[in-house]
Design a protein around this ligand. Structure first.
Ligand SMILES: C[C@@H]1N[C@@H](c2cn(-c3ccccc3)nn2)[C@H](O)[C@@H]1O
Length: 447
């Protein structure tokens, strides 16, 4: 039985409107984490900060007032919004999520509700405005990242311990609402908001306020898309309310991790946001540990599409506004692969055929066309394909050579080998298109 909630999920089931259908079909997105944390880039006075670079203010090795004065040095002379948008377009990103304000509270737009903004830095100009314009011009939908946590605002609290806390937090709530209304007013082409830092206990007590705020924002921009990390329900639950229903338009639980099965996704829309190194969102000048390869990232992208999710790859520009060379190379190589294979990603989702070891199935939601993206070629060269009971596999072809059919061998009912040995050694995954029909027998009923 479900309990009555005033501020639980405001909708059950997947949204089917056009803006959400477009969201569902993006496949690949770009995350941009940029702010004053890019200036120290994970170091301070010669000391290496091992944590996530955008969190350096919370590090004991970083004096808070030193950090809070960094904005007086923020003057990214190399910043070129058009170049960033072009690079994202060439990579094949269909949407971008841009940090307007991270946990430190520094605003990349000229907010009139605080002095801690780019307008009061040597750079002066509106960064969000330039990025929105450039990405819109590139045909890449813009989503704005907004952190509820704001270490700069005097009224911010992680928990409310006293009446004084509550009083000051009321000012913080008004400020938060004002900044969000300001952002959607200044940048009305925004397609959605990606909230972060909403885990604090203080915020999870604000069900009524946050529910009303969400309604107000959705009224400002029809079709606005907001994930499950924005607001709590009556009992402080986030992502899923007390009845287990998703609070928001898609599940925002996959940060630096991915679901493995369709069951893991609870049948919801979802996005996975991913860093290139293990855990750096903002610019860190000295990446340590494993840096993901192009093939690893392509596999995450295709795996996400195969499980009805979007994959969002993070970029952390440096203090001058440069995109670093590792990210530039990844964007180019992913883009090269997408140019040839994006038919298996864009507009594609979960095909409920039995998962096989060679890789992932995706199916185009409009056309029903089915794709196999192969990462692991068996030593035999025989790709095993199990199809559902009523399905017959008629043809398999390389996406980049649709004319030539691959040799099919029926093993037994509903199971085939597609014989494939690459002509030359390939170091990238490749896509096989498959054509099927529902298997009927003479008298027209299914076997
Ligand atoms: C999208 C990413 N979310 C932010 C984050 C993640 N976390 C966090 C905090 C505690 C445990 C696990 C994750 N805190 N802030 C990161 O700073 C980045 O913005």
């Amino acid at each position: 039985i479900s309990v009555k909630l005033e501020h639980g999920a405001h909708r059950l089931g997947k949204r089917t409107d056009k803006p959400m259908q477009a969201w569902r079909n993006y496949g690949l997105g770009q995350f941009i984490h940029w702010g004053v944390y890019a200036i120290p880039g994970g170091h301070w006075e010669g000391q290496y900060y091992p944590g996530a670079a955008e969190w350096i203010r919370s590090w004991k090795g970083m004096p808070k007032d030193a950090y809070d004065n960094l904005y007086k040095q923020f003057n990214p002379k190399k910043f070129n919004a058009k170049a960033w948008a072009k690079q994202a377009g060439d990579m094949g990103a269909k949407y971008v999520i841009i940090t307007t304000k991270h946990h430190d509270g520094f605003c990349l737009w000229p907010s009139k509700y605080t002095d801690y903004t780019v307008a009061n830095s040597p750079y002066k100009k509106d960064i969000i405005g330039q990025l929105v314009e450039a990405y819109d011009a590139e045909g890449i939908d813009v989503y704005l990242y907004f952190s509820i946590i704001d270490w700069n605002h005097p009224g911010y609290r992680s928990t409310l311990k006293s009446e004084q806390d509550r009083k000051e937090y009321e000012e913080f709530k008004k400020f938060t609402r004002n900044q969000l209304v300001e952002l959607l007013t200044l940048y009305p082409s925004t397609k959605g908001l990606w909230f972060d830092g909403s885990w604090d206990k203080a915020w999870t007590e604000q069900a009524e306020f946050a529910d009303a705020l969400g309604k107000e924002l959705r009224e400002m921009i029809p079709g606005l898309i907001i994930g499950s990390r924005f607001r709590p329900d009556d009992n402080g639950n986030r992502h899923f309310d007390t009845n287990g229903d998703l609070i928001g338009d898609y599940e925002q639980g996959w940060e630096r991790k991915m679901p493995n099965t369709i069951e893991d996704t609870n049948g919801n829309d979802w996005d996975c946001v991913m860093t290139v190194p293990e855990n750096q969102w903002g610019y860190h000048s000295d990446w340590k540990g494993h840096v993901k390869t192009t093939n690893e990232l392509i596999e995450m992208l295709v795996k996400a599409a195969s499980l009805d999710g979007n994959f969002v790859l993070n970029f952390g520009p440096d203090g001058q506004g440069n995109i670093r060379s590792e990210e530039t190379r990844l964007a180019a190589e992913i883009g090269e692969w997408m140019k040839e294979n994006n038919e298996a990603v864009y507009g594609c989702g979960y095909l409920d055929w039995e998962k096989q070891d060679w890789g992932y199935y995706t199916v185009n939601r409009e056309t029903g066309k089915k794709y196999m993206t192969v990462f692991n070629i068996p030593v035999s060269g025989a790709l095993r394909v199990k199809v559902p009971g009523k399905t017959k596999l008629n043809k398999a072809y390389l996406l980049n050579d649709p004319g030539a059919s691959l040799e099919l061998e029926e093993i037994h009912r509903n199971e085939y080998f597609i014989h494939y040995k690459p002509a030359s050694a390939t170091d990238r995954p490749f896509v096989i298109g498959v054509e099927t029909t529902d298997a009927k027998i003479e008298d027209g009923h299914y076997q």
